[in-house]
Design a protein around this ligand. Structure first.
Ligand SMILES: Cc1cc2nc3c(=O)[nH]c(=O)nc-3n(C[C@H](O)[C@H](O)[C@H](O)COP(=O)(O)O)c2cc1C
Length: 202
């Protein structure tokens, strides 16, 4: 029995390819781990706000000295980190927007990457504190980036591996649905991605 955190970021709702791929993954996980629970954090409809000066001021104020105002400024970060820490498995739907991740996902990462809580330099070297998590990425893109001429433009997977890995989540498996805008490719993009999930040994 696992606790699954489902991070939704596509603005396309039920028509989203990344959401469909995430849902396929979650169905599979529920069959592999019966009785598991799914907590959905819909960043497309309820995004965390971009960081502001008040957030930084609160973050750099030692915990013992934090005022009520500081504590308020950390509410979103506290909430996002609590959900993350409670989860065993994190499924993240990632539509490619302008060669990168949706800004809502970046904002979520800005709230969960927190010195002393999710990573530490206490021993002189960076250490991720979000441990024992399994991450699945469901990346959807209009073009094809895993191979071919656009491969050098694939910033999404390397970035997410770096950012999530930095805070401790290094066990990351990527599933892709590619070419959703490419005639001749888009027709089979979803079935191919679904097949890659069914062939994977969870
Ligand atoms: C704002 C925006 C920017 C996009 N930028 C890119 C891009 O840089 N490269 C690409 O291949 N596709 C791009 N696309 C196409 C999406 O990646 C593609 O439609 C994908 O399937 C979206 O995932 P979704 O169906 O889960 O929303 C963009 C789409 C939108 C809406």
């Amino acid at each position: 029995m696992k606790k699954i955190l489902n991070i939704v970021t596509s603005v396309k709702g039920e028509n989203s390819f990344s959401n469909k791929l995430s849902n396929t993954l979650i169905e599979k996980l529920l069959s592999v781990y019966p009785g598991s629970t799914v907590n959905t954090r819909d960043l497309a409809n309820n995004p965390f706000p971009h960081l502001e000066e008040s957030n930084f001021t609160a973050l750099y104020t030692p915990e013992v000295s934090r005022t009520e105002e500081h504590k308020d400024a950390l509410i979103n970060s506290d909430k996002a980190i609590k959900e993350l820490m409670e989860a065993d498995i994190i499924v993240i739907g990632v539509p490619l927007y302008n060669f990168g991740i949706p800004s809502t996902l970046k904002s979520w990462i800005d709230h969960i990457a927190r010195a002393g809580v999710t990573f530490s330099y206490a021993d002189g070297a960076p250490k991720g504190l979000v441990v024992d998590k399994k991450v699945y990425l469901a990346i959807s893109s209009g073009g094809v980036y895993s191979e071919g001429p656009m491969k050098s433009y694939d910033f999404t997977e390397p970035y997410l591996r770096a950012a999530l890995g930095f805070i401790g989540m290094k066990d990351i498996t990527v599933f892709r649905i590619e070419g959703t805008n490419v005639p001749g490719v888009k027709e089979t993009a979803l079935p191919k991605a679904v097949e890659s999930v069914s062939e994977y040994a969870f």
